[in-house]
Design a protein around this ligand. Sequence first.
Ligand code: SAM
Length: 231
Amino acid sequence: MTATDFDKLAKIYDAERVSPWNDLYERPNTIKLMGDVNGLTVLDAGCGGGKHSADLLAKGANMHGFDLCEKMLDFAKEMLADQMDFKVASLAEKLPYEDAQFDRVLCALALHYVEDWSTPLSEFHRVLKPGGKVVISTHHPFMDHELAGGEDYFAHTLIEDSWKKPDGTLYVRYWRRPLTQMIDEIKAVGLEIDLIKEPQPVPEAAEKFPEAYKKLTTQPRFIFFLLKKPN
Ligand SMILES: C[S@@+](CC[C@H](N)C(=O)[O-])C[C@H]1O[C@@H](n2cnc3c(N)ncnc32)[C@H](O)[C@@H]1O
């Protein structure tokens, strides 16, 4: 997808709306995996509207963020421009940061838009200090396998999907790869895998969004990685 495609996402983005998938499942779990970030320098890669950055700033991190889509960045800037630095940049290209600039990199729900993970993963490795960590959340390969018709789990395929949102339907395209390919791509750039998680939503989702809660507690939705750059 291009920056213009993400402009359409920005059009229906509503920072105030609570989403069971994002606010009660994905974000709490990635923030937990980030651990203690107090005083650490953290890059939010594909930061979108900046909600993860806001949580990490509240935990004492020095935040930097980038996104391909300027309209999504506008939401993040509106909330946080006086507290952190934002850039327009692409995960598919060399990043505008120094070698070994960061203690942590977070990439939440953005990597499945990128066909070839070798550039973003080797860039995360480059901009991290030795011993630094990366947290990634992305579509679970099993969920997308079903969406793609369940034919060839091991294929690396482009999926076209539509998301029904309260303000309209959004047509999206993203890449599905099997877990084994994700692991190979991570190891190929020299990052070590500390954890692979299939976590649960937070308990309050049960009461507020019973249908989504049932889905999230019985079917894999996203997959989460904690990676480390060796010392
Ligand atoms: C589903 S949103 C996630 C935003 C944020 N990380 C979150 O979880 O709230 C996906 C984001 O990835 C960004 N994105 C997609 N492809 C990108 C690329 N090649 N480089 C940088 N950002 C990209 C989009 O603009 C969008 O803001």
